[in-house]
Write a protein that binds this ligand. Sequence first.
Ligand code: C2E
Ligand code: CA
Ligand code: CA
Ligand code: CA
Length: 277
Amino acid sequence: YMQEKQIFVMEYSPSIVQIADVRIRMMQQLHADIEAKRLSVVFQPKVELETRKPVGCEALARWSFEEKPVPPDSFINIAQNAGFIDQLDLCIAEQVLEKTHLLNELGHKITVSLNMSPSEVGDRKFESQFLDKVTQTNLEIDRLEVEITEEEPVRDYEYLSEFLEKLQNAGLRIALDDFGKGYSSLMHITKLTVDVIKVDREFVNDFLHNRSSAMAIELSVALAERLGLELIAEGIETEEQETKLKELGVRFGQGYFYAKPMPWDDFVNWLNTHADD
Ligand code: C2E
Ligand code: CA
Ligand code: CA
Ligand code: CA
Protein backbone atom coordinates (compact mmCIF):
# COMPACT_ATOMS: atom_id res chain seq x y z
CA TYR A 1 0.00 0.00 0.00
CA MET A 2 2.76 2.41 0.97
CA GLN A 3 4.49 1.66 -2.27
CA GLU A 4 1.39 2.41 -4.29
CA LYS A 5 0.89 5.62 -2.48
CA GLN A 6 4.45 6.65 -3.13
CA ILE A 7 4.06 5.96 -6.79
CA PHE A 8 0.90 8.03 -6.76
CA VAL A 9 2.70 10.92 -5.16
CA MET A 10 5.63 10.64 -7.52
CA GLU A 11 3.37 10.60 -10.53
CA TYR A 12 1.14 13.44 -9.56
CA SER A 13 3.14 15.73 -7.37
CA PRO A 14 5.05 17.47 -10.19
CA SER A 15 1.85 18.86 -11.68
CA ILE A 16 0.50 19.84 -8.28
CA VAL A 17 3.74 21.62 -7.58
CA GLN A 18 3.53 23.29 -10.96
CA ILE A 19 0.01 24.50 -10.31
CA ALA A 20 0.97 25.87 -6.91
CA ASP A 21 4.00 27.45 -8.50
CA VAL A 22 1.92 29.25 -11.11
CA ARG A 23 -0.44 30.56 -8.42
CA ILE A 24 2.47 31.84 -6.40
CA ARG A 25 4.11 33.46 -9.41
CA MET A 26 0.80 35.05 -10.39
CA MET A 27 0.32 36.36 -6.88
CA GLN A 28 3.82 37.83 -6.77
CA GLN A 29 3.52 39.35 -10.24
CA LEU A 30 0.10 40.82 -9.43
CA HIS A 31 1.45 42.39 -6.29
CA ALA A 32 4.45 43.81 -8.17
CA ASP A 33 2.20 45.17 -10.94
CA ILE A 34 -0.09 46.85 -8.41
CA GLU A 35 2.88 48.52 -6.73
CA ALA A 36 4.19 49.66 -10.10
CA LYS A 37 0.65 50.79 -11.07
CA ARG A 38 0.66 48.53 -14.10
CA LEU A 39 -2.98 47.48 -13.75
CA SER A 40 -5.27 48.95 -16.34
CA VAL A 41 -8.86 50.10 -16.20
CA VAL A 42 -11.70 49.82 -18.71
CA PHE A 43 -14.98 51.72 -18.64
CA GLN A 44 -18.45 50.41 -19.38
CA PRO A 45 -21.30 52.89 -19.98
CA LYS A 46 -24.52 52.95 -17.99
CA VAL A 47 -27.52 54.34 -19.85
CA GLU A 48 -31.05 55.55 -19.29
CA LEU A 49 -33.12 52.84 -21.00
CA GLU A 50 -35.72 55.21 -22.45
CA THR A 51 -33.20 57.41 -24.30
CA ARG A 52 -30.13 55.10 -24.35
CA LYS A 53 -28.11 58.15 -23.33
CA PRO A 54 -25.14 57.69 -20.99
CA VAL A 55 -25.75 58.46 -17.33
CA GLY A 56 -22.63 56.89 -15.89
CA CYS A 57 -19.93 54.29 -16.24
CA GLU A 58 -18.35 51.47 -14.27
CA ALA A 59 -14.57 51.22 -13.98
CA LEU A 60 -13.34 47.62 -14.20
CA ALA A 61 -9.82 46.39 -13.50
CA ARG A 62 -7.80 44.55 -16.14
CA TRP A 63 -4.59 42.57 -15.70
CA SER A 64 -2.43 40.32 -17.89
CA PHE A 65 -0.04 37.64 -16.72
CA GLU A 66 2.66 36.52 -19.14
CA GLU A 67 0.95 38.43 -21.95
CA LYS A 68 -2.41 36.73 -21.40
CA PRO A 69 -5.41 38.59 -19.92
CA VAL A 70 -6.57 37.06 -16.64
CA PRO A 71 -10.32 37.16 -15.87
CA PRO A 72 -10.99 39.78 -13.15
CA ASP A 73 -12.85 37.28 -11.00
CA SER A 74 -9.63 35.22 -10.72
CA PHE A 75 -7.16 37.99 -10.00
CA ILE A 76 -9.57 39.76 -7.64
CA ASN A 77 -9.81 36.46 -5.82
CA ILE A 78 -6.02 36.10 -5.69
CA ALA A 79 -5.69 39.62 -4.28
CA GLN A 80 -8.40 38.94 -1.70
CA ASN A 81 -6.83 35.70 -0.53
CA ALA A 82 -3.34 37.17 -0.45
CA GLY A 83 -4.60 40.19 1.49
CA PHE A 84 -3.82 43.02 -0.92
CA ILE A 85 -7.23 43.72 -2.48
CA ASP A 86 -7.11 47.10 -0.72
CA GLN A 87 -3.95 48.02 -2.63
CA LEU A 88 -5.50 46.83 -5.87
CA ASP A 89 -8.58 48.97 -5.36
CA LEU A 90 -6.50 52.00 -4.39
CA CYS A 91 -4.44 51.57 -7.54
CA ILE A 92 -7.64 51.48 -9.61
CA ALA A 93 -9.17 54.36 -7.60
CA GLU A 94 -6.19 56.57 -8.35
CA GLN A 95 -6.55 56.09 -12.10
CA VAL A 96 -10.32 56.44 -11.95
CA LEU A 97 -10.18 59.69 -9.98
CA GLU A 98 -7.88 61.13 -12.61
CA LYS A 99 -10.29 60.10 -15.37
CA THR A 100 -13.28 61.47 -13.46
CA HIS A 101 -11.47 64.78 -13.37
CA LEU A 102 -10.93 64.58 -17.14
CA LEU A 103 -14.61 63.79 -17.73
CA ASN A 104 -15.50 66.93 -15.80
CA GLU A 105 -13.16 68.94 -17.97
CA LEU A 106 -14.62 67.42 -21.12
CA GLY A 107 -18.06 68.45 -19.87
CA HIS A 108 -19.50 64.95 -19.52
CA LYS A 109 -21.85 65.01 -16.57
CA ILE A 110 -21.98 61.33 -15.77
CA THR A 111 -21.33 59.25 -12.64
CA VAL A 112 -18.24 57.09 -12.35
CA SER A 113 -18.40 53.88 -10.32
CA LEU A 114 -15.67 51.91 -8.61
CA ASN A 115 -15.85 48.41 -7.16
CA MET A 116 -14.99 47.68 -3.57
CA SER A 117 -15.34 44.55 -1.48
CA PRO A 118 -16.52 44.80 2.14
CA SER A 119 -13.56 42.69 3.29
CA GLU A 120 -11.21 45.63 2.78
CA VAL A 121 -13.66 48.09 4.22
CA GLY A 122 -12.91 46.79 7.69
CA ASP A 123 -9.51 48.39 7.36
CA ARG A 124 -8.96 51.87 8.82
CA LYS A 125 -5.82 52.40 6.76
CA PHE A 126 -7.72 51.74 3.57
CA GLU A 127 -10.44 54.09 4.71
CA SER A 128 -8.14 57.05 5.26
CA GLN A 129 -6.05 56.36 2.15
CA PHE A 130 -9.13 56.19 -0.01
CA LEU A 131 -10.74 59.30 1.47
CA ASP A 132 -7.44 61.19 1.18
CA LYS A 133 -7.20 60.33 -2.51
CA VAL A 134 -10.79 61.36 -3.08
CA THR A 135 -10.43 64.71 -1.34
CA GLN A 136 -7.02 65.42 -2.91
CA THR A 137 -8.48 65.10 -6.39
CA ASN A 138 -10.23 68.30 -7.21
CA LEU A 139 -13.49 67.04 -8.67
CA GLU A 140 -17.23 67.08 -8.36
CA ILE A 141 -17.50 64.30 -5.89
CA ASP A 142 -21.24 63.73 -6.22
CA ARG A 143 -20.50 62.00 -9.53
CA LEU A 144 -18.45 59.30 -7.80
CA GLU A 145 -20.10 56.05 -6.80
CA VAL A 146 -18.82 53.01 -4.94
CA GLU A 147 -20.27 49.62 -5.81
CA ILE A 148 -20.09 47.26 -2.89
CA THR A 149 -19.50 43.75 -4.18
CA GLU A 150 -19.25 40.40 -2.46
CA GLU A 151 -21.67 37.72 -1.54
CA GLU A 152 -19.86 36.69 1.61
CA PRO A 153 -21.49 37.50 4.92
CA VAL A 154 -20.25 40.80 6.26
CA ARG A 155 -18.38 40.38 9.53
CA ASP A 156 -18.72 43.84 10.94
CA TYR A 157 -21.89 45.63 9.88
CA GLU A 158 -21.40 48.46 12.31
CA TYR A 159 -18.01 49.31 10.87
CA LEU A 160 -19.15 48.89 7.27
CA SER A 161 -22.15 51.18 7.71
CA GLU A 162 -19.93 53.71 9.48
CA PHE A 163 -17.50 53.66 6.56
CA LEU A 164 -20.24 53.95 3.94
CA GLU A 165 -21.75 56.88 5.82
CA LYS A 166 -18.37 58.60 5.78
CA LEU A 167 -18.22 58.16 2.02
CA GLN A 168 -21.76 59.49 1.70
CA ASN A 169 -20.94 62.46 3.90
CA ALA A 170 -17.99 63.15 1.60
CA GLY A 171 -20.53 63.26 -1.26
CA LEU A 172 -20.15 59.79 -2.82
CA ARG A 173 -23.04 57.54 -3.72
CA ILE A 174 -23.18 53.90 -2.62
CA ALA A 175 -24.54 51.11 -4.80
CA LEU A 176 -25.31 47.55 -3.70
CA ASP A 177 -23.86 45.35 -6.43
CA ASP A 178 -25.17 41.91 -7.46
CA PHE A 179 -28.43 42.63 -5.67
CA GLY A 180 -30.65 39.60 -5.12
CA LYS A 181 -27.80 37.11 -5.40
CA GLY A 182 -26.78 35.37 -2.21
CA TYR A 183 -28.56 35.54 1.08
CA SER A 184 -27.06 38.77 2.34
CA SER A 185 -28.87 41.19 0.02
CA LEU A 186 -31.84 41.77 2.30
CA MET A 187 -29.57 42.07 5.31
CA HIS A 188 -27.47 44.64 3.49
CA ILE A 189 -30.44 46.71 2.47
CA THR A 190 -31.93 46.81 5.94
CA LYS A 191 -28.66 47.54 7.73
CA LEU A 192 -26.88 49.88 5.35
CA THR A 193 -27.89 53.20 3.88
CA VAL A 194 -27.38 52.91 0.15
CA ASP A 195 -28.38 55.06 -2.80
CA VAL A 196 -28.54 52.54 -5.62
CA ILE A 197 -29.54 48.90 -6.09
CA LYS A 198 -27.79 47.06 -8.89
CA VAL A 199 -29.81 44.02 -9.97
CA ASP A 200 -27.54 41.06 -10.59
CA ARG A 201 -26.95 40.09 -14.20
CA GLU A 202 -27.95 36.47 -13.60
CA PHE A 203 -31.56 37.62 -13.23
CA VAL A 204 -31.35 39.78 -16.33
CA ASN A 205 -29.82 36.87 -18.20
CA ASP A 206 -32.87 34.61 -17.89
CA PHE A 207 -35.85 36.61 -16.60
CA LEU A 208 -37.62 36.42 -19.96
CA HIS A 209 -37.96 32.65 -19.50
CA ASN A 210 -37.57 32.21 -15.77
CA ARG A 211 -40.46 33.19 -13.55
CA SER A 212 -38.42 33.44 -10.35
CA SER A 213 -35.82 35.69 -11.95
CA ALA A 214 -38.59 37.93 -13.26
CA MET A 215 -40.05 38.02 -9.77
CA ALA A 216 -36.67 38.90 -8.25
CA ILE A 217 -36.48 41.90 -10.60
CA GLU A 218 -40.09 42.93 -9.86
CA LEU A 219 -39.47 42.75 -6.13
CA SER A 220 -36.23 44.73 -6.43
CA VAL A 221 -38.05 47.46 -8.37
CA ALA A 222 -40.80 47.59 -5.73
CA LEU A 223 -38.23 47.68 -2.93
CA ALA A 224 -36.25 50.46 -4.61
CA GLU A 225 -39.42 52.50 -5.07
CA ARG A 226 -40.46 51.95 -1.50
CA LEU A 227 -37.04 52.95 -0.15
CA GLY A 228 -36.57 55.79 -2.61
CA LEU A 229 -33.47 54.25 -4.20
CA GLU A 230 -32.24 54.32 -7.76
CA LEU A 231 -32.18 50.97 -9.54
CA ILE A 232 -30.03 49.76 -12.41
CA ALA A 233 -30.05 46.42 -14.22
CA GLU A 234 -26.72 45.00 -15.43
CA GLY A 235 -25.95 42.44 -18.11
CA ILE A 236 -28.50 43.62 -20.70
CA GLU A 237 -27.62 41.87 -23.95
CA THR A 238 -30.75 42.11 -26.12
CA GLU A 239 -33.38 44.62 -27.14
CA GLU A 240 -36.08 42.28 -25.89
CA GLN A 241 -34.55 42.36 -22.41
CA GLU A 242 -34.46 46.14 -22.57
CA THR A 243 -38.13 46.35 -23.59
CA LYS A 244 -39.30 44.00 -20.84
CA LEU A 245 -37.14 45.67 -18.20
CA LYS A 246 -38.70 49.03 -19.07
CA GLU A 247 -42.12 47.42 -18.67
CA LEU A 248 -41.10 46.22 -15.22
CA GLY A 249 -40.20 49.78 -14.27
CA VAL A 250 -36.42 49.63 -14.63
CA ARG A 251 -35.04 53.02 -15.71
CA PHE A 252 -31.30 52.45 -15.99
CA GLY A 253 -29.17 49.71 -17.49
CA GLN A 254 -25.73 48.47 -18.44
CA GLY A 255 -24.66 45.64 -20.70
CA TYR A 256 -23.14 44.44 -23.96
CA PHE A 257 -26.31 45.54 -25.81
CA TYR A 258 -25.16 49.15 -25.28
CA ALA A 259 -21.41 48.73 -25.05
CA LYS A 260 -18.70 46.46 -23.72
CA PRO A 261 -16.14 47.72 -21.23
CA MET A 262 -13.66 49.87 -23.21
CA PRO A 263 -10.21 51.40 -22.76
CA TRP A 264 -10.33 55.10 -21.89
CA ASP A 265 -9.86 56.54 -25.40
CA ASP A 266 -12.56 54.33 -26.91
CA PHE A 267 -14.85 55.19 -24.03
CA VAL A 268 -14.43 58.92 -24.62
CA ASN A 269 -15.15 58.41 -28.34
CA TRP A 270 -18.24 56.42 -27.42
CA LEU A 271 -19.39 59.21 -25.11
CA ASN A 272 -18.85 61.81 -27.81
CA THR A 273 -21.06 59.94 -30.25
CA HIS A 274 -23.74 58.95 -27.73
CA ALA A 275 -24.15 61.91 -25.37
CA ASP A 276 -26.45 64.89 -26.10
CA ASP A 277 -24.82 68.11 -27.28
P1 C2E B 1 -19.26 43.18 -11.42
O1 C2E B 1 -18.97 44.27 -10.48
O2 C2E B 1 -20.59 42.53 -11.35
O3 C2E B 1 -19.00 43.78 -12.88
C1 C2E B 1 -19.80 43.56 -14.00
C2 C2E B 1 -19.23 42.43 -14.84
O4 C2E B 1 -20.17 42.09 -15.85
C3 C2E B 1 -17.95 42.82 -15.57
O5 C2E B 1 -17.15 41.65 -15.61
C4 C2E B 1 -18.48 43.16 -16.96
O6 C2E B 1 -17.50 43.04 -17.97
C5 C2E B 1 -19.55 42.12 -17.11
N1 C2E B 1 -20.61 42.50 -18.06
C6 C2E B 1 -21.03 43.74 -18.40
N2 C2E B 1 -22.05 43.69 -19.29
C7 C2E B 1 -22.28 42.38 -19.51
C8 C2E B 1 -23.23 41.67 -20.35
O7 C2E B 1 -24.05 42.23 -21.05
N3 C2E B 1 -23.18 40.31 -20.29
C9 C2E B 1 -22.28 39.64 -19.52
N4 C2E B 1 -22.30 38.31 -19.54
N5 C2E B 1 -21.38 40.27 -18.73
C10 C2E B 1 -21.39 41.62 -18.73
P2 C2E B 1 -15.60 41.68 -15.32
O8 C2E B 1 -14.99 42.93 -15.87
O9 C2E B 1 -15.09 40.35 -15.79
O10 C2E B 1 -15.49 41.77 -13.76
C11 C2E B 1 -15.90 40.69 -12.95
C12 C2E B 1 -15.98 41.09 -11.50
O11 C2E B 1 -14.69 41.40 -10.97
C13 C2E B 1 -16.82 42.35 -11.27
O12 C2E B 1 -18.16 42.02 -11.29
C14 C2E B 1 -16.32 42.77 -9.89
O13 C2E B 1 -16.98 42.05 -8.88
C15 C2E B 1 -14.86 42.36 -9.95
N6 C2E B 1 -14.03 43.54 -10.23
C16 C2E B 1 -13.67 44.09 -11.42
N7 C2E B 1 -12.87 45.17 -11.25
C17 C2E B 1 -12.72 45.32 -9.90
C18 C2E B 1 -11.99 46.26 -9.05
O14 C2E B 1 -11.35 47.23 -9.52
N8 C2E B 1 -12.08 46.06 -7.70
C19 C2E B 1 -12.82 45.03 -7.16
N9 C2E B 1 -12.84 44.89 -5.81
N10 C2E B 1 -13.50 44.15 -7.91
C20 C2E B 1 -13.46 44.29 -9.26
CA1 CA C 1 -19.76 46.23 -10.05
CA1 CA D 1 -19.42 40.32 -8.33
CA1 CA E 1 -22.60 43.11 -10.53
